[in-house]
Design a protein around this ligand. Structure first.
Ligand code: BDR
Ligand code: CA
Length: 331
């Protein structure tokens, strides 16, 4: 079977870190390169965190890291639209700040691999335009700023790529606001540009990721596996479970979604996603109460043609066993 050649786009981030690990270790994926973007944290921190994970995997010589955009295309021009990095998922518990993401991933040493001088937007354009038709799959799991910028500069990349599989959005689940999920809310204009670019797109939203939570028993099993990488994944998910239990409890209290890893895993095993429907989906860019909402048209006869494959559900057990298989080198 031919491996899926992917360019990952991350704002690392604990779940981005697990996504990088899945992409790097799976035999079904060829991780071509990684682009970083602002999002969970400012760009210099998401890039530093990404490089730490690349070093953990020993990939510094083979997988290059390209820093991308430092802020949204336009949304941050209006202060009221943006409450800060990582949305509003930050709070103080007993005098201690609880956040979904650490500033730096201090479980890992400072990186020795350097980022590339070339910026992510140029990397996308050069790599895709010089590649074969259908050679690359793009997997953005942060704000969509880099890919939207690249599409604006060189729209022909939309017709050259194989597909885009992205983590973002939500129909019945949101996190940053009552209407919006973080990656889309952070740069709604970029998301709308990507959603309407004409490429094949699969959206892995919160509706799917919240149904594929990893629990604390599984974290213990990861620690028992005992490799440096499985220990690190266990640390990341343990941190997420602690934060989610306080900030955004899941149905099972001692569990948390690992959003970005699910987007990578559906390339390895498509049936981790369920109820995937081809729908019309647009992003609210009005700057109002629904700013950044992913609006799925439920009507049978939509005004505009369907544009994305939207996953309304996921299979938790399949995702969990796939994660273990990847870490054991079995998938
Ligand atoms: C998304 O927001 C980020 O904080 C996570 O890494 C994920 O990509 C979930 O809303
Ligand atoms: Ca992310």
């Amino acid at each position: 079977m031919e491996r899926e050649k992917i360019i990952l786009d991350v704002d690392t981030g604990s779940d981005d870190a697990v996504a990088i690990i899945c992409a790097a270790l799976s035999s079904k994926i060829e991780l071509h390169s990684i682009c970083t973007v602002w999002g969970n944290r400012p760009l210099h921190q998401t890039t530093d965190n990404t490089l730490r994970v690349v070093d953990l995997l020993g990939l510094g010589d083979t997988v290059k890291v390209y820093p991308g955009c430092e802020t949204a295309m336009v949304a941050t021009l209006l202060a009221k639209r943006h409450a800060g990095y990582g949305g509003q998922r930050k709070s103080v518990n007993g005098g201690k700040e609880v956040s979904m993401h650490q500033e730096t991933i201090d479980e890992l040493p400072a990186p020795h691999t350097l980022p590339q001088d070339k910026r992510a937007v140029m990397h996308y354009i050069d790599t895709i335009m010089n590649g074969e038709d259908g050679e690359f799959t793009l997997v953005p799991v942060g704000p969509l700023t880099n890919i939207a910028m690249a599409l604006r500069v060189e729209p022909r990349i939309a017709g050259k790529i194989k597909q885009i599989v992205l983590m973002g959005g939500g129909c019945r689940r949101t996190n940053s606001t009552p209407a919006a999920e973080f990656n889309i809310w952070a740069d709604p204009e970029a998301a709308q540009i990507v959603f309407t670019c004409g490429a094949k797109i699969t959206v892995v939203p919160l509706d799917a990721t919240h149904n594929a939570c990893i629990n604390s028993d599984e974290v213990e099993a990861l620690y028992k596996m005992g490799t440096p990488v499985s220990n690190f994944v266990a640390d990341m998910i343990k941190h997420r479970i602690a934060a989610y239990s306080y900030l955004q409890p899941m149905k099972r209290l001692d569990s948390a979604p690992v959003h970005d890893a699910l987007a990578v895993c559906c390339l390895i095993r498509p049936d981790v996603l369920e109820q995937v429907e081809l729908v019309r989906c647009d992003v609210d860019i009005s700057g109002g109460i629904a700013d950044g909402q992913t609006i799925v048209d439920p009507r049978a006869y939509t005004d505009l043609p369907p544009n994305v494959h939207f996953a309304f559900f996921a299979n938790r057990d399949k995702f969990s066993s796939l994660l273990f298989e990847i870490l054991r080198g079995e998938n």
